[in-house]
Design a protein around this ligand. Structure first.
Ligand code: SIN
Length: 329
């Protein structure tokens, strides 16, 4: 078995973390994920938010929403189950009260958005268009929330429907649209192809995977809606597989990868699988400043492996070298 490296280590200062998501330059590939970083401002008490490559906001709808009943979050083995129900302040308040803080940071501002039906998705894109010259860089269209009764399942699982929705939203705004795909889709490359053909700038993947947890003492589900979205390290191997499948099918499509990233090495795995940048989600609940630690760790692991640019890492997965079968005799 040979695991010899073909490159030798370099000093961390020799690693250039600058990268691109499509045509958009980023200082490094680490952002924070929607629903795990609120609107950014709350995290300023813990870190210099302006040192992240970008922030994806909590999903925004045309009108404010209160979300699902409590309890709506619980811890699971290596993960977290949530059913927030897309609580948010609504597009108008977001533009007025939340966007200025993010815009002032000078980082990439991705506004995650959704609707309850096709018309309200389009309405939301039209409303957020007002933020184009006020700091919004990307609209991340969420067609993958498992926690609401309306506006979910067929947008995220039927390529033809996702295509129509993406096309209508792309036509409604001049802001690039990145579509956040559902891991619950049967054929993710087909979904990615459908939204790309409709004009999507790129894709984010993955959102949470539907799951449940039971309190055996009370015999009740641990969250009020019974089912919720599983996130965290428990889903990382699934997320990596999906990023890899989409990248292999559509190597030129920019992918923002996420799902259980806790370390620089995790981030590098996503880059090697084909992501151009990554988002850190659930880990922020335990360590609000973990995104910046991951940037440092990414630099160190790349230096150790002699990888000096992000471009060298993206999609650089090699085939497995088959091992000799061991002998039982
Ligand atoms: C939620 O607010 O229920 C989670 C959002 C999502 O999974 O898209």
């Amino acid at each position: 078995m040979s695991h010899a490296r073909s490159t030798s280590s370099v000093a961390p200062e020799q690693v250039d973390l600058r990268c691109r998501f499509g045509a958009t330059p980023l200082p490094h590939p680490v952002m924070t994920a929607s629903g795990c970083f609120a609107y950014g401002q709350q995290f300023a008490a813990f870190m210099d938010v302006g040192k992240l490559a970008g922030v994806s906001t909590k999903g925004i709808s045309p009108l404010p929403r209160y979300g699902n009943p409590l309890p709506r979050i619980c811890e699971t083995a290596s993960g977290m189950l949530n059913s927030i129900g897309l609580e948010n302040v609504g597009a108008e308040s977001f533009l007025r009260d939340k966007l200025p803080f993010l815009a002032d940071l000078g980082i990439s501002v991705w506004v995650n958005f959704f609707g309850e039906d096709m018309d309200s998705y389009v309405r939301c894109a039209e409303m957020l268009e007002a933020g184009r010259d006020r700091g919004i860089d990307v609209l991340e269209m969420n067609i993958s929330c498992p926690n609401i009764k309306k506006g979910g399942i067929e947008f995220g699982t039927v390529p033809r429907v996702a295509h129509t929705l993406t096309k209508r939203c792309v036509e409604a705004t001049g802001i690039p649209i990145v579509v956040k795909l559902s891991p619950n889709a049967a054929d993710l490359p087909a979904m990615a192809q459908a939204v790309r053909d409709a004009g999507a700038y790129g894709v984010s993947l993955i959102n949470t995977i539907t799951g449940m947890a039971i309190d055996v003492r009370s015999r009740r589900p641990r969250i009020a809606t019974t089912y919720g979205g599983l996130s965290g390290p428990a889903i990382k191997p699934i997320a990596l597989r999906m990023v890899h499948q989409v990248h292999r099918a559509l190597p030129d499509l920019p992918i923002c990868g996420m799902g259980g990233i806790l370390s620089g090495e995790d981030a590098l795995e996503f880059l090697m699988a084909g992501a151009s940048c990554v988002q850190v989600g659930t880990a922020n609940f335990a360590r609000p400043d973990i995104g910046l630690t991951i940037v440092d760790e990414l630099r160190k692991i790349m230096a150790e492996l002699g990888i000096t640019t992000i471009a060298e890492a993206v999609g650089s997965l090699r085939p497995v070298e088959p091992e000799e079968p061991s002998s039982w005799s």
